[in-house]
Design a protein around this ligand. Structure first.
Ligand code: NAD
Length: 258
């Protein structure tokens, strides 16, 4: 029998117009949730809502820039007005930024990556937490990356932003653990999404690493990462708080195969 454990739940997914966010939005909808799909990209959102409708699921698409506080405040106000509740927020929108050594990294680009990947998670949680707590608690999942644990050359802004997401997640988890709201991070490894296609074009070293050094010898399918997000948001992980779940085909195991 198909699991419908998100029936009557309202789930917000950011970055829902592509990749991991789109797969997560589909997975939550497939398990009964009403999905609020947010993204900058209207065309991507249209495709996501079409895919959810195909499943017989429910979705509301909202165009918003997650790094802009008035837009995020408006998004949460819309969720409250339309549904009166929020049960899960998957703060997943992100960008990689350009690949440059630190000494060459354009400062404006550094600031933009931090704004989209880290400031967004702060602003998101700031406005989500009061609604989540008012309507009975639930879960927040923030997308970090293996770059929250490692130092990929050329990716200073990205790695700094994702290390920041890890820290922010732990603080917010500490502040909410006793209040029925679990907050965790998800650290995907190399995942075959449009973001990776763009990063590969810029950083061939990263591509070589992906195909040779990942113990699984392949990248993840977006649905494999989405499944972990759904688990972290579900009752199945009810005692998991403030953790970063690494889903990376063994990329960060370290060591060597015998
Ligand atoms: P993707 O590019 O396929 O999707 C990202 C989505 O975020 C896009 O639809 C984009 O329009 C949206 N977005 C970007 N900036 C936004 C903004 N300011 N406001 C609202 N939406 C915005 O990428 P993906 O691979 O699915 O990445 C999703 C998350 O996973 C990101 O946080 C990324 O850093 C993380 N991640 C990805 C990988 C990977 O290998 N693909 C690995 C580790 C972590």
């Amino acid at each position: 029998m198909e699991l419908k454990d998100f029936d009557n739940k309202v789930v917000l997914v950011t970055g829902a117009g592509s990749g991991i966010g789109r797969e997560a939005a589909r997975a939550f909808a497939g398990r009964g949730a009403t999905v609020v799909a947010a993204d900058l990209n209207q065309g991507g959102l249209d495709e996501t809502t079409r895919l959810i409708a195909e499943l017989g699921g429910r979705a509301l698409a909202v165009t918003a820039d997650v790094s802009d506080e008035p837009q995020v405040r408006g998004l949460i106000a819309r969720v409250q007005k339309d549904f009166g509740r929020l049960d899960v927020a998957f703060n997943n929108a992100g960008i990689t930024g350009q690949a440059h050594r630190v000494e060459d990294y354009p400062t404006d680009d550094f600031d933009r990556v931090i704004a989209v990947n880290l400031r967004s998670v702060f602003i998101g949680m700031k406005h989500q937490i009061p609604l989540l707590r008012r309507t009975g608690g639930g879960a927040i999942v923030n997308t970090a990356s293996v770059a929250a644990l490692t130092g990929p050359g050329g990716m200073s802004a990205y790695a700094a932003s994702k290390h920041g997401v890890h820290g922010l997640t732990r603080v917010a988890a500490m502040e909410n653990a006793a209040h029925g709201l679990r907050i965790n991070a998800l650290a995907p490894g190399w995942t075959e999404t449009p973001m990776v296609a763009a990063a590969s074009a810029q950083n061939p070293g990263f591509t070589r690493l992906a195909t040779s050094a990942i113990p699984a010898k392949r990248g993840a399918r977006p649905a494999e990462i989405a499944a972990a997000a759904v688990w972290l948001a579900s009752e199945a992980s009810s005692y998991v708080m403030g953790q970063m779940l690494v889903v990376d085909g063994g990329m960060t195991i370290g060591g060597f195969e015998l």
